[in-house]
Design a protein around this ligand. Structure first.
Ligand SMILES: [Fe+2]
Length: 380
């Protein structure tokens, strides 16, 4: 498919310190390894409003794996399950539960991206490989990042099919209305104790990213738990990867809980952008998506902290949407509860109104909410 306008609405935060030797044009897709791809696809369509796009399975000659591709505006998810016992995908699901395996990045030259990153120390995942069908060709290559997560570089300028060679268009009768999700704003990795700087160095040295913002444990701590976070971004600002590590607190940090249940480092959340968070969250809630709540007291003084905003406060309060401001504007955001049985991955909905930051002013209220959930799970 034509992808030339991908992430054009991504309000790039240009990061002049980053060296864009790849360069990355945007997020091509995110692949999750899941236990039951058919039902996962139905969940992302019915609850989240993704549209069916492409399919690969027994009917297309894929004997070992099945994949459903769903899309909403610029966001593409690939949901993959194994068709038999054993193998790497089953092991991934056994170790981690459902989770993100691949953050695929859209590039002009996948072979060059592989060479540039591996010669800077990246561990190869997939040597450059051309895949072709009657609709053209794509070139893929890949490297390892934190945990068992990988980056695949996708070069698709010579491809006109629906997704990639090997996939057929998927056009089931069932289609749910979209929910206004536009593009991936950022994707966050949780890494183990004292590993944040190692992975920030990886993004700096291997991928040419630079650091946007850092938080320390004084920014992000409550009475009980703490974490540290740094945001790494590529040169055109389209790709933003905050990296979190646990910090010492009186009780178990949410990052430790994640690492325990995911069995290692992995993607903690995907933040997706909308142009109207009130409509998006109303639709998602009606369709069964569960969000973290903050106490009503949050809204008593929030406007003193963030100043005037365009929206009425009442619907934001009713939906539990959080507000934060930086030097350049404000943002509205809300976080789901974990979307899996293991308390691992969740999704953030974000609407930026000029702000280029990540909601630091909300962290305390948010983490207290997460701790209430952890206490319910007996994992605080
Ligand atoms: Fe986030």
């Amino acid at each position: 498919m034509s992808n030339t306008d991908s992430t054009s609405l991504n309000l790039p935060i240009e990061n002049p310190e980053a060296q864009d030797f790849l360069p990355l044009l945007g997020t091509d897709h995110v692949e999750l390894y899941v236990g039951n791809a058919k039902q996962a696809a139905y969940y992302y369509m019915s609850a989240w409003g993704f549209q069916p796009l492409a399919y690969k399975g027994l009917e297309t000659g894929s004997k070992d794996t099945v994949s459903y591709v769903v899309q909403q505006d610029k966001i593409r998810l690939v949901l993959t399950s194994p068709l038999g016992a054993g193998g790497e995908i089953n092991k991934h699901i056994n170790d981690h539960g459902d989770g993100v395996k691949t953050i695929a990045l859209w590039v002009d030259d996948a072979a060059k991206s592989f060479k540039e990153t591996t010669q800077r120390g990246a561990e190869p995942f997939m040597a450059p490989e051309t895949q072709e069908d009657e609709n053209g060709k794509v070139v893929l290559s890949g490297i390892h990042t934190y945990g068992e997560t990988v980056h695949v570089f996708v070069e698709r300028s010579a491809y006109n099919g629906v997704f990639m060679p090997g996939y057929m268009p998927w056009n089931p009768h069932y289609k749910a209305p979209d929910t206004g999700l536009r593009y991936i704003d950022h994707m966050v990795g949780n890494v183990g104790w004292n590993e944040m700087n190692k992975w920030c160095d990886f993004y700096r040295n291997v991928m040419g990213f630079a650091q946007l913002i850092s938080f320390d444990d004084k920014d992000i701590s409550t009475e009980y738990t703490a974490l540290m976070s740094k945001v790494m971004s590529n040169g055109n600002g389209r790709i933003k990867f905050p990296i979190n590590e646990p910090a010492e607190g009186r009780k178990k940090s949410q990052i430790e809980e994640y690492i325990q249940f995911y069995n290692g480092a992995g993607v903690q959340h995907i933040a997706v952008a909308t142009d109207n968070i009130i409509e998006t969250v109303t639709a998602l809630r009606d369709r069964g998506v569960e969000f973290l709540t903050v106490p009503a007291t949050y809204y008593e003084d929030v406007l003193d902290r963030v100043g005037e905003i365009d929206e009425d406060l009442a619907p934001l309060r009713d939906l539990g949407i959080l507000i934060d401001r930086d030097e350049e504007g404000y943002l509205l955001q809300i976080f789901t509860k974990p979307i899996l049985d293991r308390p691992t991955m969740f999704i953030e909905i974000i609407q930026r109104k000029g702000a280029k930051s990540f909601g630091k002013g909300n962290f305390k209220a948010l983490f207290e909410s997460i701790e209430r959930e952890q206490a319910n799970r007996g994992t605080l």
